[in-house]
Design a protein around this ligand. Sequence first.
Ligand code: PLP
Length: 391
Amino acid sequence: MKTWKKRTKAVHTGTRRSQYNEVSEAIYMTQGFVYDSAEDAEARFIKAGEDEFIYARYGNPTVAMFEDRIAALEGAEDGFATASGMAAVNGALMSMLRAGDHVVSARALFGSCLYILEEILTRYGVEVTFVDGTDLAAWQAAIRPETKVVFFESISNPTLEVIDIVAVSKLAHAVDATVVIDNVFATPVYSDAIAQGADVVIYSATKHIDGQGRALGGVILGTREFIRGTVEPYMKHTGGSMSPFTAWVMLKGLETIDLRVRAQTESAQYLAEALEADGRLAEVIYPGLASHPQSALTKVQMEAGGTVLAIDAGSQAAAFKVLNALEIWTISNNLGDAKSIVTHPATTTHQRLSDDTKAVLGITPGLLRLSVGLEDADDLLSDLRAAMAQI
Ligand SMILES: *Cc1c(COP(=O)(O)O)cnc(C)c1O
């Protein structure tokens, strides 16, 4: 099994069959489990075995199948599935940090990640230093002997900066800091983050793992010691676990993730090249374009540019005109979905930020984030071109 390629692992790893030998994974829709005797109950609370469960907040067979499958896909020893991507980010950080600890984080983050680091952790006495994630000298200057955690999104949302996992991990490991990566935009398909130096990898499963806009979910991946010794006690007592039904949806999502993400990435590359050549847009940002500042790093780190691109329509008024003229692209704020989705970050996902912060992060008034779905790429391009004609 260790030698299986990702596509094989995504279909088979983790499967636990019941006595009925079902083909599709069973949904064990139960919160609890029956013990054969009082002694059995006592023994399980002292130490539950590999396939012994106590309470769905602690673990469940369908959830365990999902955890094993995504861990195998990522090349991690173990994983803990969570109720949402944010439960995963919060759980990974809160379970290992305490008052007095120091964290260094990239500044360009998903809005809710920024809220945890800036507002919540600091409330509990954790000091957080923010840096420009693409600037290695800035990481080096900010990381101190007492730095406990280094946190970043390997591709930032929504401006698609690519951060050098190997280089930042080296700086972090020199002071024994734990490298925690929110890897949503890289996707499990293009990720090799653990081999590249990450200690902990987090996914919002809501995005490409489900990939069809149905359920919220997340997962924290790392060593068995970290997942079972640090994360699990925090998660099982604070209640952010994934539901068995969601785990089943995510297992089905993993079976097709490789095909979907590769097809969506191919379309994203095609659209980025066509829109750049079109010349009417102030900016086209896509890690797979030669014009992207980290295009060489992108090739080495993740092979392709991913499923999301960003364009600058020039002004908020122009961006809104484009949004309102689109017929196939839907205005929403999910990404990684089968449906192509367009978002105006400045007035939605990143509305909370001050104008100064938006400017520092490159979230201009005209910026649109395009999550490319599974539709025909030429239809998507025609729709964008017709909408751009409104500007
Ligand atoms: C969506 C997202 C999250 C949060 O995930 P939810 O499942 O919505 O809680 C965290 N980080 C990144 C980069 C995301 O895109």
